[in-house]
Design a protein around this ligand. Structure first.
Ligand SMILES: C[S@@+](CC[C@H](N)C(=O)[O-])C[C@H]1O[C@@H](n2cnc3c(N)ncnc32)[C@H](O)[C@@H]1O
Length: 353
């Protein structure tokens, strides 16, 4: 298992769908995310229960006339709460890759709301097209929603046997089945190890490629779960042996860590003085990236200590952390077990000279 995650995602060169600024702009006026699909948890169907709803919106310290970004609309739980806090002059621009999320956003009939079908790593370019170059707060609630994981046809879950898709944006890019069909054993093992922190990554990759070479291409979630189970000899009690492999493929297919890295850099450029960044992550790979990113902007320790420059001339910190990380209460976890791995981190943009 890897101990650390790379601050810039290591597997970027393998990525199937490179982030592009040419996202379709869909202006519409008018439920984690489980990284682990623990079979002991009740299967929730259809609805998405927003995680850390009050905590995340409070963290944005909403100004009534401010401009805000919800980078992960989902089913709009956070977006609706942000709109409630905004005044008549406020504005919310939301993004989601998923067409079903876009469809559900049509229920929000509000002049202050703009929905964009696109990835959040394209937010700066999309906002620029709208003439917006500064915002007062950005929220990212990472991962997938309950409707995505609970709908068999999306191919995210080993609970069903369905086509192995796993794309959040089904309008573009490689499916998990396409990736498995075209990758090498070594690349596959790297993905499973790095993104799934799976100690049996090599054995799993070998088993998958052997299946493929024997004329049985892996095209369904059920097939994949079965092959993985045959290669994993030890796993956490109560956990499906395919949990980590499914997580890894999902992260790879959707370029989740690359997207996060690109988006966080853009947040620095987009946030106005005292603007807030709030990120909810659901697994340690994401959370470590968020923590390291904030820390790097707080401590400008990228220069050698004996660098011949006066302290006042050193680059100034760009972010100040706001409080400690926030986790769901026991009560929230009880009513929504899928919230249990969530961690919210908040930072504020320092004054821009
Ligand atoms: C955990 S859900 C968000 C739930 C939302 N906060 C709510 O209250 O309903 C994550 C959503 O973000 C979307 N998403 C994930 N990564 C994305 C990305 N890089 N760009 C745009 N949308 C993304 C997913 O499609 C999913 O709908």
């Amino acid at each position: 298992m890897i101990k650390g995650v790379h601050s810039t995602p290591k597997l970027a060169s393998l990525s199937p769908n490179k982030a592009s600024a040419n996202d379709a702009l869909l202006l519409v006026k008018p439920v984690p995310t489980m990284l682990d699909e623990n079979p002991k948890l009740p299967a929730v169907s259809g609805a998405h229960v927003t995680v850390l709803l009050n905590e995340a919106v409070q963290a944005l310290a909403i100004k009534a006339d401010g401009t805000y970004v919800d980078g992960t609309f989902g089913r709009g739980g956070h977006s609706k709460k942000i709109l409630e806090a905004l005044g008549a002059q406020g504005q919310l621009i939301a993004f989601d890759k998923d067409l079903q999320a876009i469809e559900s956003s049509k229920a929000i009939q509000d002049q202050r709301f703009i929905m964009v079908h696109g990835h959040f790593a394209g937010m700066q370019a999309s906002l620029a097209k709208m003439g917006i170059n500064k915002v007062d707060g950005i929220l990212l609630d990472l991962g997938i929603s309950s409707p995505q994981i609970d709908e068999p046809a999306r191919g995210f879950s080993f609970r069903f046997d369905a086509p192995l898709d796993m794309r959040m944006d089904q309008t573009r890019g490689q499916t998990a089945a396409d990736f498995i069909a075209s990758t090498t054993e070594q690349q596959l093992a790297e993905v499973i190890k790095d993104y799934g922190e799976e100690r049996f990554a090599k054995q799993i990759a070998r088993a998958i490629i052997a299946e493929r070479n024997d004329g049985r291409p892996i095209t369904t979630t059920g097939q994949l779960a079965k092959v993985v189970a045959s290669a994993v000899t030890r796993f956490e009690p109560g956990q499906n042996p395919a949990t980590r492999t499914f997580q890894a493929l999902r992260i790879h297919v959707n370029q989740e860590l690359e997207e996060l890295s690109l988006a966080m850099s853009q947040c620095l450029a987009l946030l106005s003085s005292q603007g807030r960044l709030a990120v909810i992550s659901f697994h340690s790979l994401e959370d470590r990236m968020v923590k390291q990113f904030i820390r790097a902007q707080v401590n400008r320790d990228d220069l050698p200590s004996n660098f011949p420059v006066r302290a006042a001339d050193l680059p100034q910190p760009k972010l100040t952390p706001v409080g400690k990380s926030i986790k769901p209460s026991q009560q929230e976890i009880k009513s929504n077990p899928r919230s249990r791995s969530a961690v919210l981190r908040v930072a504020e943009r320092t004054a821009i000279a």
